[in-house]
Design a protein around this ligand. Structure first.
Ligand code: PTJ
Length: 252
């Protein structure tokens, strides 16, 4: 990784960018992952590169939903593996939920590299090498899943991805928590709980909330989850973007 001075005004953004570049170079992230990162950066810029209050609320709700789940699964793609491997493993251990590698641009080599990468960060058991089930109605490689993982999960945690699978998983009756900086994306629109935040901020926040809520009675967690409204969360993100744009325009 190149040296980025800590006092650079865009330090965090540049470090994140470098992690994706490293992921591509080590064969974990697809080349297309660079484009996805660029799109994410643009939305993050508009959101203000911080966790908004409504995103933080969604993160706490996501934590409660994961704690209530009977068979939660954390889906991992090449971008998430490059950006937050340690946090994905930490969440998986805290929830006792399996990680499952599930790729859009699937190659066996990349699946195995991501599994090794997660294990190097402390993961015990990672699914995804031998998918034996299919998500109905999904013809892409993402449709190939493990019967003991995503296929039978009641709640799936889906960090940044294309929209088709989210729709197909919801159609299977699953609850989907999606992290996506784009409030207009199909993934965000169809997820049960869209978290409009950068995965690099969202995961540590969700982990904090899981720690805070773990051990709380089910009724308490249910109250948190029931208070959520998908549309309100998306509208709040769009409002933040509009306000930020207006502010920029006024300050010209
Ligand atoms: O590793 P693979 O083969 O599974 O491929 C992964 C990517 C991400 C390349 C693939 O799923 C893809 O092409 O996704 P899209 O359609 O580009 O969508 C990615 C979404 O994630 C976009 O809406 C971006 O705005 C959003 N995004 C990008 N970076 C981040 C992000 N959201 C949160 N945090 C980020 N760091």
């Amino acid at each position: 990784m190149i040296h980025i001075p800590k006092d650079h005004p865009r330090y965090q953004s540049l470090v994140t960018r470098e992690r994706i570049v490293d992921g591509v170079e080590s064969g974990i992230t697809s080349v297309t992952g660079l484009i996805a990162q660029g799109r994410g950066e643009a939305f993050d810029y508009l959101i203000g590169e911080c966790t908004t209050p409504s995103a933080r609320a969604a993160e706490r709700i996501a934590a409660a939903m994961l704690l209530l789940a009977r068979t939660p699964v954390i889906s991992v793609n090449g971008n998430a593996a490059a950006l937050v491997p340690g946090e994905l493993v930490e969440l998986s251990i805290l929830l006792d939920a399996p990680l499952e590698v599930n790729l859009f641009y699937r190659t066996e080599e990349r699946v195995l590299k991501i599994i090794e990468h997660l294990k190097a960060h402390g993961a015990r058991h990672v699914l995804g090498a031998d998918p034996d089930a299919s998500i109905p109605g999904l013809s892409s490689e993402r449709g190939r899943v493990c019967s003991e993982g995503i296929y039978s999960a009641d709640v799936v945690f889906v960090p940044l991805e294309d929209g088709d699978r989210c729709e197909a998983l919801v159609a299977m009756g699953k609850l989907i928590i999606a992290v996506d900086l784009n409030p207009l994306s199909r993934t965000a629109r169809c997820a049960t709980v869209p978290v409009i935040d950068n995965i690099t901020r969202a995961l540590p926040n969700i982990i904090d909330s899981v720690r805070e809520l773990k051990g709380q009675p089910e009724v308490y967690l249910q109250e948190i989850v029931e208070g959520y409204n998908n549309k309100k969360g998306l509208d709040a993100a769009l409002e933040t973007i509009c306000n930020n744009l207006m502010e920029h325009s006024r300050s010209q």
